[in-house]
Each structure stands twice: as C-alpha cells, then as structure tokens.
Design a protein around this ligand. Structure first.
Ligand code: GLU
Length: 487
C-alpha cells in the first residue's frame, strides 16, 4: 500500500487537511505501507517555501512522519511538483498526440462571458468546447506565431464515469456535466487535475484519501488515467470538517490551523486523537488512544460519510486528559515557552537554570485544572507575583483574619521552607493557639499567601510557593509574605 499527502503550500495547515494527512498516515502505518509527502506547488503565485516549511513543521509536530518527500527523497523523485515540469510536458505531449487534448485560444474575457451567460441561463458553467475542433495544423501555426494557448483535455461525450469510493460506494458522473478541463495553463504550468494523475500514477500511489471537495474532480482524473492507459488508485473522500453552525470550518469559527492550536497550548497527541475521531471510530466507543494504537485499528470501513462537526470543548477535554497523562519532564519542556511568553520581559521565568525547576514545581497546581498549556501561567501566577495590598485587604475582610495570620506566622517562624507536612503542623498549631478551625482558619491563610479567594489546594500551593521562592530571586516565601502582612 502506498499513500500520500499532497498539500498545496499556499498558507497554514488547516486542521481539515491535517485530518486528511492523518488518515493517510494511519492507513499506511497500520498496513506497513509507505507514506509519501508531495508538495503541490504549481500555483506559482500563491505557493511559498515558507508555507511548505510550516506545513512540514506542523506534520512533524503532529508525529506524522513520511518515508518519501522533498526533504528525504525516495524512489520516485522529485517530490515537489514545480520540479517535475518536464514530466508533465511529456505526458501532455502524449495526450496531444493521441487526440485526447487540444489547444485552446479562448481569452480570459471570452471564458468569463461564457460563464456569465451560462449562469444567467441557470446552466452549469462549463467550457463550450469552442476550440475543440480547430485543426491541429492551424492550432500549431497560431501557437508558433506566439498566441497564448492552454491545453485542454477532451472529455468524451455522453458517457457515465463511475468510480468506487471506499467511503461512499459507487459514484457516477455523466460526462455531459463536465467541461473539457485545462490541463496545461497558457503559462505552461500544469493544472491540478492533470499533475495529480501523473504523479499518483508515477509514484505508484495505491490509495488516495482526501477531502470531499475533490469528489467532482475525480471523474476528470479517472478519464485522464484512462486516456494515458494508467490504472487509477482507490479513492476515499472524507466529508468536510464543519463548524458548530454546520458550515465548513473557517476563520470565523476561531482557530483553524494546526499552528494556532499549537500556540494555544494543545498537545500534539490530543489534537491527533481528536482529529482521528472526526470521521473515524474504532467501533467500540473507545476515545483516548495513542497514535500507534489508532494506526493498528484504523480502516476506511469505519470512516463515516456524514459531516463531522469540530467540537472545541471535546478537544479541550481530551487535551486535559493528555496533560494529566503526560510525562512531567516533557510537560515542563512544552510549558516553558508559555511561561516565557507570559512573563514580564525579561521575567523571572526566562532566567536559567532556576526556571525549569520552578515550572516543574508549579505544574502540579495547574494540571487537571486547566485545558491548555496557555492557561497555566495565569493559574499559577500567585506563586510568582504576590500583591501585598490585595492580600491585606482580603485578610482584613475575614472575621478572624489578623488573629489567624498572627498565630500562623508564629507557627511557621520555626520552620524553614514549608513542605506539605510542615504546613499541616503549622496549621495545627495555629488552630490550637486560636481555637479557630476549618474554613475560618484556612481561608485567611489562603488569601494572605495567595492574594486570591480561591485557587489550588493549599497542600500543593504552599510548598510550591516556598520551593519557587528558593529557586527564583524576587519571589517572596510564605514566611516573608506573612511577615510583610504583620508589619
Ligand atoms: N493539492 C491538493 C489539495 O491540497 C491535493 C488534493 C488531492 O489529494 O488530490 O487540495
């Protein structure tokens, strides 16, 4: 089995395309097939190398590695369409020589007029075929005289074209609805429907999984395979990824590109898991699965043909699960940039080597409580930034605030940096000294040390404050905070 992902490098990698890449990858990996990356950059105006680099980086981040591609090579090079122009020229010549293609001299204005009048008559806008019957010699003479011409493929008249879609079953188009497509533009560049056939055939692709926006291109491609005497691959068209309003997922729904989800602090394994379930299910209701397990279980038979709605809440839930399950060291690694971005510049988190250990100390306060890495710095901000006025105001608002703080302050004076155990011991002493217990005891301690009415468990928060105070200069310890409040 040989599968491919064939992005056009004209922007960021959309999550819908990432899902296409993923399904191809899952099938290839699960069946010990090959996964090929081919860059479809024949639209020279819109394609950029920066976009290609971005797409490759996103695929790598998602863990979708390829066996063949422009960077790693392989048995069917080159893997960038802009480097294959001589190949397309050869096949175009074959189509021309066998009468399957002809030169079209229609100007853009003429074609636009045709389109407009077809639309006005409520007819499908389809090329009229005006240049189809030009004599070959005349066409060549006009070309030699320098007239611009595109090469069009001859769609055979009055025929059904049927292909079996692995997701939808047999799909049939009648050729009467298909105009002769341009296969080589007047600037010499190959058109998508032509280049994709030549490449999939020469690269020995066996299965093509792609978005259903390509389903109406498929009969054109099937006819080009036929004209070239080549065997088409098996096709599977995925229904599009929709927003909550059932319109195709776009900017106005929020984040749409893999890089945006990455920047918001989703873990790659969460995004991959979520995308896999957007149209596929393992059949037993299981949801949290590692990518390798999904590859073992993946099959096109369980891909749904109904449209999939992108549910950000579900993705957030999954991300929270993956953050909880994540190896702590790796989580620190992934969380660091979010602290660096959140911190004042240059903030305490950007100093070395304390910050890593500090991030590691505060992560347990956030994991399980937030959905995304991006939310962690805000959640643990109280560890780093203690606002005396705010803490004093909140303590003053508590019935026994001053009393509790005085007793707690006396109790911790004897301890060094607080641990969970010494904090408990100090709280017990404060209770014995004041007779105040429960919420009336712990709430004043919380507001005094954190300057917040609520937050992570004190058992976790207090040791974290003292640990970070020991690691980063300028962060007040619990003892310093209390002293400050009593002064
Ligand atoms: N370059 C095309 C796209 O990004 C590929 C479509 C296909 O898979 O055939 O839509």
């Amino acid at each position: 089995m040989r599968l491919r992902f064939a992005p056009s490098p004209t922007g960021l990698l959309h999550v819908g395309n990432a899902r296409t890449a993923l399904f191809n990858w899952l099938l290839a990996r699960g069946q010990q097939g090959a996964f090929v990356l081919r860059i479809e950059d024949t639209d020279t105006e819109r394609s950029t190398r920066a976009s290609e680099d971005g797409i490759r980086a996103d695929l790598q981040w998602l863990g979708l590695n390829w066996d063949e591609g422009p960077d790693v090579g392989g048995p069917y090079p080159p893997y960038r369409q802009s480097e294959r122009l001589d190949v397309y020229a050869r096949y175009a010549q074959t189509l021309l020589d066998t009468g399957h293609a002809y030169w079209c001299f229609c100007s853009a204005e003429q074609l636009e007029q045709e389109r407009a009048s077809a639309l006005a008559a409520a007819a499908p806008p389809k090329y009229s075929g005006r240049c189809r019957d030009l004599a070959r010699a005349e066409a060549e003479a006009r070309r030699n005289a320098g007239e611009a011409a595109a090469l069009r493929f001859v769609i055979p008249a009055d025929r059904d074209v049927t292909f079996t879609d692995l997701v939808r079953g047999p799909v049939t188009f009648h050729t009467s609805v298909i105009g002769d497509p341009v296969i080589v533009r007047s600037d010499g560049g190959p058109a998508y429907n032509f280049a994709v056939v030549v490449d999939d055939a020469l690269m020995a692709i066996t299965h093509v999984i792609r978005g259903e926006d390509h389903i109406s291109n498929t009969p054109r491609q099937v006819l080009i395979y036929e004209a070239l005497g080549l065997t088409p691959p098996a096709f599977a068209h995925l229904s599009l990824v929709m927003g909550p309003d059932h319109a195709p997922l776009s900017k106005r729904h929020g984040a749409t590109s893999v890089s945006e989800f990455r920047a918001r602090g989703y873990l790659p394994e969460a995004l991959v898991n979520y995308l896999a379930l957007l149209g596929w299910s393992p059949g037993d209701g299981e949801e949290l699965m590692a990518i390798g397990e999904m590859a073992r279980r993946f099959g096109v038979a369980r891909v749904s043909h109904s449209s999939a709605v992108f549910d950000v809440d579900k993705l957030a839930w999954m991300n929270r699960q993956y953050m909880k399950a994540c190896d702590p060291e790796r989580l620190v690694e992934m969380a660091m940039p979010f602290f660096q971005r959140a911190g004042s510049n240059p903030g305490p988190w950007t100093l070395d080597p304390g910050p890593r250990a500090a991030v590691s100390a505060v992560l347990p306060l956030a994991v399980g409580a937030v959905d995304r890495l991006e939310e962690i710095p805000e959640r643990v901000k109280f560890v780093l930034e203690w606002n005396r006025d705010e803490a004093a105001r909140l303590v003053a608002a508590e019935a026994d605030g001053q009393k509790v703080i005085a007793a707690f302050g006396d109790a911790i004076a004897e301890f060094g940096p607080l641990t969970k155990e010494s904090f408990r011991a100090a709280a017990t002493r404060a209770r014995e000294a004041t007779g105040i217990k429960g919420k009336a005891l712990f709430h004043p301690i919380r507001v005094a040390l954190t300057g917040m009415e609520s937050g992570p468990e004190l058992d976790l928060a207090i040791p974290a404050i003292d640990q970070v105070a020991g690691l980063l200069g300028g962060v007040p310890s619990c003892a310093v905070r209390i002293q400050n409040l009593r002064a």
